[in-house]
Design a protein around this ligand. Structure first.
Ligand SMILES: C[S@@+](CC[C@H](N)C(=O)[O-])C[C@H]1O[C@@H](n2cnc3c(N)ncnc32)[C@H](O)[C@@H]1O
Length: 482
């Protein structure tokens, strides 16, 4: 067992905690505690208890072995206790604790079963042999204990792979993201056509998409991807119930709840659907560099586009298709970063956090927290980077909203240098080598202002912002290369 021991002096009893999530026994045996307490009163010496530094509570330790001795110390009224502090070097603490428990007082059958299950739930990459070795059971016994958990995990893994594969993410990236080998991934990929059989037959026997989603654990966008396969964009819109806007005013009252997660600054899937409809073709590769709640990826599934997404927030379990990546503003050029060697996208959909708005809802390193000039500088760099790292034919859709400091300021007193308007974005896009082909209005809903706010604004002559635009751009020809 690879562990680093560090003998320590005594530590305060109050700094030692019993963490139930890594405690293998069902309950403390109070009779045993009383016997230990009696021994302590008679000055019998005990071995030090074994602890590890608490991963979540600063300055505290959690018990790996010695819960009864620790309780006895408390019962006697002692204020400190001799400990050995262990560094488990990545080993599952629950399994270590279970191994230690084997000697003095065997775990019951229930406790062993529950420990094996909890260990697998904490780390599903543990093999039955590894678990069995540590808790003193055979591989077959562990296989029986965790058979149902393993089956659920397999299904979840299959669903993740299905979704990522459908979005056109290359196999080596799927394997890396899910922490599986290429071989395991290939074995799962072979099963993909069979996986769709039951949902398909339920759909043909009249169950609705939401019913089948619940029954089989599929997301609705995945099912749409299945049922709409091979259909035209127009038919897909009809089936999804999205009225197709024929002009350049795209107003939607609400976000379609079937696509993307609840997320600060979530945009309507219908809007992404329209961008895809007019500015990409089925099978195209769409790139969303700040993907948030995953609306773009979900909409791409429904409309048969491939999609690669990044975001600084990592949600490996619920959104494995969004790769974790932080665009670091101190890097002058991103050439050698994540996009190096990857296929170039046909369309970029970029929905950055708007300047300052909702800054507190995003991570600390989000660009929403930058001062105005740095924010614009970051975007200019970003636009230049896109220009250099995409195809001549790549289209670019920038979703943005005017930012004006109107909150408590009458319209007449607003200052231009405090605002970022459509024209500011346009200027930096131009400098970075992009030319505008369309400006589409996609206003925010004004319902977000309640009646009291509206009347206060009217009183003070404050002019709010509900405008939002989608700027569509293509690359300006490179003058140097002409
Ligand atoms: C407006 S949200 C995107 C919302 C998304 N379109 C949706 O509908 O769910 C902007 C995203 O940018 C991400 N972000 C901000 N700064 C970033 C950075 N420097 N690198 C990577 N992601 C960043 C935030 O985590 C946030 O999820």
């Amino acid at each position: 067992m690879n562990t680093h021991r560090k003998v320590s002096d005594k530590v305060a009893i109050s700094d030692v905690t019993l963490d139930e999530s890594i405690y293998p026994r069902e309950k403390i045996d109070h009779k045993r505690v009383s016997i230990f307490a009696e021994n302590l009163r008679e000055n019998v010496k005990f071995d030090p208890i074994v602890v590890q530094i608490h991963p979540k509570k600063k300055g505290k330790y959690r018990i790996l072995d010695g819960a009864h001795r620790w309780n006895a110390h408390k019962e006697v009224g002692l204020t400190d206790i001799q400990v050995i502090i262990l560094d488990l070097e990545g080993m599952e603490p629950l399994l270590y604790a279970a191994k230690m428990a084997i000697g003095p007082k065997q775990l019951t059958e229930n406790e062993t079963r529950s420990t094996a299950r909890r260990a697998f739930q904490n780390n599903s990459r543990l093999t039955s042999s590894e678990i069995g070795r540590l808790i003193g059971r055979s591989r077959q016994a562990i296989d029986n204990y965790i058979a149902d958990l393993r089956a659920v995990r397999q299904i979840k893994l299959d669903l993740k792979i299905w979704r990522m594969n459908r979005l056109g993410i290359p196999q080596e990236r799927i394997a890396m993201r899910l922490g599986e080998t290429r071989n395991i991934l290939r074995n799962h990929l072979v099963k993909m056509p069979i996986m769709a059989k039951s949902p398909n037959s339920d759909l043909s026997s009249g169950l609705t998409i939401p019913q089948v989603a619940v029954k089989h654990g599929w997301s609705e966008p995945m099912l749409w991807s299945l049922v709409l396969k091979g259909k035209s964009d127009q038919t897909r819109f009809k089936n999804l119930g999205w009225g197709l806007r024929t002009w350049d005013l795209w107003n939607f009252n609400d976000c379609d709840p079937r696509f993307g997660d609840e997320w600060p600054g979530r945009i309507p899937a219908q809007m992404i659907g329209h961008i895809l409809f007019y500015f990409s073709s089925p099978g195209d590769l769409i790139f969303d560099p700040m993907a948030g709640g995953g609306v773009t990826a979900d909409t791409c599934l429904a409309l048969g586009r491939r999609c690669w997404s990044l975001d600084m927030e990592d949600r490996a379990d619920s959104r494995p298709e969004i790769e974790p990546y932080h665009w670091n503003m101190t890097i002058k050029n991103w050439e050698d970063t994540i996009l190096a060697g990857r296929e170039k996208p046909d369309l970029i959909i970029f929905d950055p956090p708007y300047f300052q708005k909702k800054a507190a809802s995003y991570g600390e390193n989000s660009i929403a927290r930058l001062p105005r000039l740095e924010y614009l500088h970051f975007l200019e760099n970003f636009f230049r980077f896109f220009k250099k790292n995409t195809k001549k034919t790549t289209r670019f859709a920038l979703i943005n909203s005017d930012w004006r400091d109107f909150q408590s300021c009458p319209a007449l007193k607003e200052e231009a240098q405090n605002a970022i308007l459509l024209t500011d974005y346009y200027k930096i896009l131009e400098t970075a080598g992009w030319e505008l082909t369309h400006i589409i209005q996609a206003p925010l809903s004004s319902e977000r202002f309640n009646a009291i706010t509206v009347s206060a604004m009217q009183e003070k002559k404050i002019l709010g912002v509900t405008s939002r635009y989608i700027l569509l751009l293509k690359q300006k020809p490179d003058i140097d290369k002409k």
